[in-house]
Design a protein around this ligand. Structure first.
Ligand SMILES: [Zn+2]
Length: 135
């Protein structure tokens, strides 16, 4: 299939763009992130225009080039699928929160410190017995 046969919505463009926000941006190709840099490679769905912008491309992906994009996107998708499978296993598990046994790893000093931490209105000493009292 030649480039001319690919519909506009399935063609992506990467172009250098000046950048004024010196932060790390997520990379839309590998799931990594850019450096803090003055000029960024920006990916566009279709032609290069602000409304077509889909995100940034990190330097390693730029260096790898267009021929490696499909492989890098596929590797990222496989990592996400693996992470999603792990989160689904966690979701299917039974969770116990703040049982008496969970306190065993705190020192006596840490247990005494708990009420002094900033818990934004939550009760750090909540235990199953007091939680059921509130319901
Ligand atoms: Zn990347």
């Amino acid at each position: 299939m030649t480039t001319e046969n690919i519909p506009e919505e399935a063609r992506y463009t990467v172009a250098w763009t000046p950048n004024s926000a010196l932060v790390r941006w997520p990379c839309v190709v590998c799931g990594g992130e850019t450096d803090r840099q003055d000029i960024l490679a920006v990916a566009y769905a279709g032609s290069q225009s602000r409304e077509n912008e889909i995100g940034m491309v990190c330097d390693p992906c730029v260096d790898a080039g267009a021929a490696a994009v499909a492989a890098r996107l596929t590797q990222w998708a496989e990592r996400l699928e693996s992470q999603a499978a792990e989160v689904r296993r966690w979701a299917a598990a039974s969770w116990q929160f703040l049982t008496e046994e969970s306190w065993q790893f705190l020192t006596e000093e840490q247990k005494l410190d708990l009420p002094r931490w900033d818990w934004e209105g939550r009760d750090p000493l909540r235990r199953p017995s007091s939680a059921s009292r509130n319901s």
